[in-house]
Design a protein around this ligand. Structure first.
Ligand code: RP5
Length: 183
């Protein structure tokens, strides 16, 4: 069992970040084979200057590690957890059961999977009342990152400004394409 200090901090923070560079969002996944999908969440958070930690925690293969990760997450300073898994994807729900933090679930479609990620989606989205997991679309880890930014933005005016600028950027891009089509 690794100690909580050993979770890899992939810090995207500037020196001026309010957290002092401590991870604010935990990105966990059931297997390193999920990384190809989950790295999109890390990329978004890096773009917004949010320090993250990223590691593998498996509900089935490392249940004690999952227990320790979830139990200590809030006291280690995390504000949200993004959890991705494929197949019988119990990781997000089990973590949500053991932390007071918001948990965002990413259904992963493992390569060669027969059910196209639908199994993971249904495993993650069908949580019982009382234990919420905010579930994004199959494979859409980028949206999980954006949702985590919005959670932080509720109490961080700088993050709110960055989200507003991001949204304006999307609007400008679409309007630019529309204008080109209309030429
Ligand atoms: C799940 O099983 C993982 O989240 C992954 O999506 C899937 C396959 O894992 P590996 O066999 O590639 O390690 O628990």
């Amino acid at each position: 069992q690794r100690s909580s200090a050993a979770y890899a901090a992939v810090s995207a923070a500037s020196a001026t970040d309010a957290s002092g560079g401590r991870p604010l969002v935990g990105i966990i996944m059931g297997s390193d084979s999920d990384l190809a999908t989950m790295k999109a969440a890390a990329a978004v958070l890096e773009e917004f200057g949010v320090p993250v930690e990223l590691t593998v925690v498996s509900a089935h293969r490392t249940p004690e590690r999952m227990f320790e990760y979830a139990r200590t997450a809030h006291s280690r300073g995390l504000k949200a957890i993004i959890a991705g898994a494929g197949g019988a994807a119990h990781l997000p729900g089990m973590v949500a059961a053991m932390t007071p933090l918001p948990v965002i679930g990413v259904p992963v479609k493992p390569s060669g999977a027969h059910l196209d990620g639908l199994d993971a989606l249904l495993s993650i989205v069908q949580m019982p009342k009382g234990v919420p997991v905010a579930t994004v679309a199959i494979g859409n880890a980028a949206n999980a990152g954006l949702l985590a930014v919005r959670i932080l933005a509720a109490h961080d005016p700088r993050m709110l400004d960055r989200m507003l600028a991001y949204q304006q950027g999307m609007t400008d891009t679409v309007l630019g394409k529309a204008a080109k089509l209309e030429e």
